[in-house]
Design a protein around this ligand. Structure first.
Ligand code: NAD
Ligand code: AKB
Length: 313
């Protein structure tokens, strides 16, 4: 069996830190190279190799892939929904060009696998709001959503035309305590735990009844690894798989936190992110991921809240 050597691009971000550590446990520390534009996240210090790199520099990326004998790439560098609306051309350029650079190099160097995440942000106001299915009307209204939707079809194209084994998940909003989120609409569901512990209050930038699909990071990391380790013949979706775990509103997460911190108080001051949230489905149907490679979430709102508060304390 070929020895895998993995490059994680965007390793200092919210998902990158935890995914890099999980991959190092499976493949060995020296076989998973973390890379990012910003400095190495302190949680990665001493756990394995780190390379400072801009994924937009295709030549540099190509040199690294050859020099390090890379066989798989996990591409996590991106600009998320809220930051994307503030700088649409930057979001489009980074989100598209980084993917095309990686797919081209994967094709040329015959990499064994590529991972690239999409998002529930591909869906728009004309998609079903409840249990949004895998295949449905997809008309995104944010630049982030447009870039993810286009990216999904580039993945499909490189698989069909060049045989690049690229796999993808449409993550919901991810909640974690290790590394801070990077400019998304669902970030409130991370901030709220930190503020609840430190300030006993939180001002939410979404309205109290805004339901969104969400997932705890351990489920997201497990889903990613399960997808990547599934036999090739089980992967029937080459755009991106719907993925789901839970759906809640700011009012519901606040009530759950109050069970642990009774004095916690929530107030609401919706901003431009409300419009983004309103354009997304409230819940997602992940039946195809369950049927193809066995996806099953472990964490609901109650179990996640207990774990978040315990770890943050
Ligand atoms: P993040 O913003 O926390 O991390 C992205 C990392 O990419 C950052 O560390 C950043 O420094 C790095 N980066 C930016 N530009 C770069 C460049 N030119 N070269 C190299 N590195 C660069 O994002 P995240 O939340 O970890 O998201 C990772 C991926 O997952 C993205 O594609 C995102 O769209 C997707 N996703 C995330 C969520 C979520 O809730 N976190 C949900 C759905 C999809
Ligand atoms: C965001 O809010 O932009 C991300 C996502 C759902 O893709 N968390």
């Amino acid at each position: 069996m070929q020895k895998e050597k993995i490059l994680v691009i965007g390793a200092s971000g919210q998902i990158g830190v935890e995914l890099t550590l999980a991959l190092r446990k499976i493949y060995g520390n020296s076989n998973v190279i973390a890379s990012d534009l910003r400095e190495e996240n302190p949680l990665l210090h001493g756990s394995g190799p780190y390379v400072s790199m801009d994924v937009m520099n295709k030549e540099m990326l190509h040199v690294q892939v050859i020099r390090q004998g890379i066989t798989q790439i996990y591409l996590l560098a991106a600009i998320l929904s809220a930051t994307g609306e503030k700088n649409p051309s930057l979001a489009w350029n980074l989100n598209m060009q980084s993917l095309l650079n990686v797919l081209d190099i994967a094709k040329e160097e015959k990499l064994t696998k590529v991972y690239w995440p999409s998002s529930i942000a591909v869906f728009g106001p004309t998609s079903p709001r409840q249990n949004c299915p895998q295949k449905t009307i997809i008309e995104p209204t944010t630049v982030y959503g447009i870039s993810k939707y286009a990216g999904e079809f580039w993945c499909n194209y490189y698989f069909n035309k060049y045989g690049v084994d690229v796999r993808s998940l449409r993550y919901p909003g991810l909640i974690s305590y290790k590394s801070a989120p990077g400019g998304g609409t669902t970030d409130y569901a991370v901030e709220i735990y930190l503020e609840a512990l430190e300030e006993k209050k939180y001002e939410c930038f979404l309205e109290e009844d805004t339901y969104l699909p969400m997932m705890y990071m351990p489920d997201a990391i497990r889903a990613t690894i399960e997808l990547m380790e599934a036999p090739k013949e089980k992967i029937n979706i080459r755009t991106s798989y719907n993925l789901s775990a839970m759906s809640f509103s700011p009012k519901e997460i606040s009530a759950e936190i109050k069970k642990h911190i009774p004095e916690f108080e929530m107030s609401y001051k919706p901003d431009y992110r409300q419009q983004i949230a309103n354009s997304w489905p409230q819940s997602i149907d992940a039946a195809v991921a369950a049927a193809d490679w066995g996806w099953k979430p472990e964490y609901d709102l109650g179990k996640m809240t207990e774990d978040m508060l315990e770890n943050l304390r």
